[in-house]
Design a protein around this ligand. Structure first.
Ligand code: WTA
Length: 644
């Protein structure tokens, strides 16, 4: 580790930073650690607008926590109304660019109007606090409008990523028992229309709780509308009032549920609530991105994932920032679309994923080099470990060696960034997410919960509750308790492995459970396997993550077939389409290998570790139809004890 490059912030950066130097960071961290109630209480009071003061800062009945107990607050009010009395009222809140090149610049006043009108639409449809909405839209401004309108009324919403299939959408609607689905006719992606409304129609055929579907017109494609059930957004909005008071909601009111992959076949509904979540995303946006009022800030995530919720919508808007939103693909019409956007809008803060960065490296430096990106001040990375080579490229080619890179480690469950350099304080080491943020008591431990010591690998855990943490799993508190809090008694188990170096820096090494990370998207081994075995030809399937140069990991599937005369080449293609149908195109296996048997323990557990070794070490890449006989491995491995 001794020859590791270290990049401290420049003295100029430190001078103007929101948290200045290591002393600044240490002081904050120490305050939060020694007096969490005072620390978070003072921030909540100073940074957010409450309609009723809380009685306690937090109440911890492990593993359940409540923050700002008895306090009343509204997220939509904090993201909109309170800015209207300030110089920000005409500031651009959402700066949007569509894939075809159209633009919208929506000021805080205008966004407030749009949100109030749509909240009135929802009210007029009979929706009220405690009801649930599914939002299945492309990256258009109406998506945050719908989220903020729900938040305004206390309608718990769940945004489903537009890449999910009808089957996946249906499972989420059913689990949430949503009364309404908000969607678009379609979305633009690489010049083609993704037909969202059609997918919704397929999904709701089996969803008796859904009374109505509201459709925002984006592409103008032909969509059938079912009378009495489907309504155009613009029709419902016509003539509605532009004023709609924000409901005074309990600090623990569920703001949203976001489904994510776990270790079983069924996605988990991560529940985030109101006051603590908002404080978490508000503070981390300020600290980690060193956000200033004059900044133009761009997070390239899709709002269908947690990063978009916390760092396109709630964190930036609560801070009164200008948040950029781009609708389409990074390489459309050419590989320099992102750099064009940075140049055009003079972006100051740019937050993207290692997968995107690695794809840019492959496309070549001529694309970024053609653009003036001197406006950039802070760069960020999220979703997966960033390899040092990609980090260095990002630093040199995009940041021109001027911009600190914040490698932010966090999860859907944590709600907000947990481990990351503060750009004006903590020196960066390429590949390390560095140090935990104030209030985050992270550690690396063994299965007994004992710290493993310097430079040893172990489980990444968090010891104390933090404001933005998820509160439970939707309709499944038992799974919440078992999965996250009981593996190692009393601490939050992240599911990641990590090591801490001699400076206390965290190096996140990847998942320790059956969750894969493909392009920063979480995919569950079990979910993929159950999707595959639903196919009529498949007897058994085992799925593992295979290292991939661009996407970090790729899906490799081992499949045994039912008796029959199958054409493997056709079948591999068919199975890929099947996975796209069951989950979504982004989950398609890159490699499908047919085999006569799978390696199993005596108790019948598939030994995925062995399969992982096979896909990592042998070089049959490219050939997806290899027929292999794993029965040898099976026989060998059955002689071992039941290890998994
Ligand atoms: C991984 C995304 C290393 C990790 C915000 C985590 C990371 C999972 C990083 C959560 C990072 C995210 N370095 N690994 N900076 N950020 N991860 O829920 O394995 O989609 O557990 O949340 O992504 O993915 P999720």
């Amino acid at each position: 580790m001794a020859d590791q490059n270290v990049y401290p912030p420049s003295p100029d950066f430190v001078k103007r930073a929101c948290v200045q130097g290591m002393e600044g960071y240490r002081e904050l961290y120490q305050q939060a650690e020694s007096q969490p109630e005072q620390f978070w209480g003072a921030l909540a009071e100073r940074e957010l607008s409450w309609s009723r003061q809380w009685s306690h800062v937090f109440e911890w009945n492990p593993p359940f926590v409540r923050w700002f107990v008895d306090g009343k607050i509204n997220v939509s009010y904090n993201c909109l109304d309170r800015h209207l009395a300030t110089h920000r009222k005409n500031k651009v809140a959402i700066l949007w660019e569509g894939e075809p090149g159209d633009q919208r610049m929506i000021s805080y006043q205008e966004l407030h109007r749009l949100v109030c009108r749509f909240a009135n639409v929802l009210k007029n449809r009979g929706l009220k606090t405690g009801d649930r909405a599914i939002i299945y839209m492309g990256m258009v401004p109406e998506l945050p409008v719908a989220m903020l309108a729900c938040a305004r009324l206390g309608i718990t919403f769940s945004v489903v990523f537009g890449g999910f299939s009808a089957e996946a959408l249906k499972a989420r609607i059913q689990d949430l028992e949503a009364q309404i689905v908000i969607t678009c006719d379609g979305a633009w992606r690489r010049g083609k229309e993704v037909r969202l409304k059609q997918t919704v129609d397929e999904a709701v055929a089996d969803c008796p709780t859904v009374r109505e579907i509201i459709v925002h017109k984006r592409t103008g494609g032909d969509v059938p509308m079912q009378a009495g059930r489907d309504f155009w957004w613009s029709d419902l909005e016509a003539g509605t009032s532009e004023s709609c008071p924000a409901e005074e909601l309990d600090s623990e009111h569920p703001l949203y549920v976001l489904y994510t992959s776990g270790t079983t076949g069924k996605p988990k509904g991560i529940v985030h609530t109101t006051g603590g979540y908002l404080l978490g995303v508000h503070m981390t946006t300020k600290w980690v991105f060193d956000l200033r009022d004059e900044d133009t800030y761009w997070c390239t995530a899709d709002i269908g994932w947690v990063t978009g919720h916390s760092y396109i919508v709630f964190g930036p808007l609560s801070n009164g920032a200008t948040s950029v939103m781009y609708e389409g693909a990074p390489d459309y019409p050419q590989p320099d679309r992102f750099w064009r956007i940075i140049e055009k809008y003079r972006i100051n803060i740019f937050y993207t994923s290692p997968t995107a960065i690695r794809a840019f490296i492959r496309q070549g430096d001529q694309w970024p080099n053609r653009h003036d990106m001197s406006s950039l001040r802070v760069l960020g990375s999220v979703g997966e470990p960033i390899n040092p080579a990609a980090w260095e490229w990002y630093y040199k080619t995009i940041g021109r060696e001027r911009c600190p890179i914040v490698d932010t480690w966090w999860q859907t469950e944590t709600g907000a960034i947990m481990i990351s350099p503060l750009p004006g304080a903590v020196p960066c080491k390429p590949g390390s997410a560095s140090l935990p943020l104030p209030g985050i008591l992270a550690d690396v431990v063994d299965l007994q919960g004992n710290p493993v010591g310097t430079n040893r690998e172990g489980f990444l855990i968090v010891r104390r509750p933090w404001p933005s943490m998820f509160r439970t799993l939707w309709k499944d508190p038992k799974r919440y308790e078992e999965q996250y809090w009981q593996r190692i008694e009393g601490v939050y188990m992240t599911g990641d492995a990590a090591r801490r170096d001699e400076d206390g820096y965290f190096w996140v090494l990847g998942r320790v459970d059956d969750v894969m990370n493909v392009s920063g998207h979480r995919l569950s081994t079990m979910e993929l396997e159950s999707a595959l075995v639903r196919h009529p030809a498949v007897a058994e399937a085992a799925v593992v993550g295979k290292p991939h140069e661009i996407t970090g990991q790729a899906v490799a599937a081992f499949v045994t077939l039912k008796a029959g005369n199958w054409d493997h080449r056709d079948l591999a293609e068919d199975l890929r389409r099947w996975v796209a149908h069951e989950i979504g195109s982004f989950a398609k296996p890159e490699q499908i290998r047919f085999t006569d048997a799978l390696p199993k323990t005596r108790s019948g557990k598939i030994m995925r570790r062995l399969l992982r070794e096979i896909v990592t070490s042998n070089a049959v890449a490219g050939d997806v139809t290899t027929l292999e006989d794993l029965s040898v491995v099976t026989r060998l491995s059955a002689q071992h004890d039941d290890e998994s």
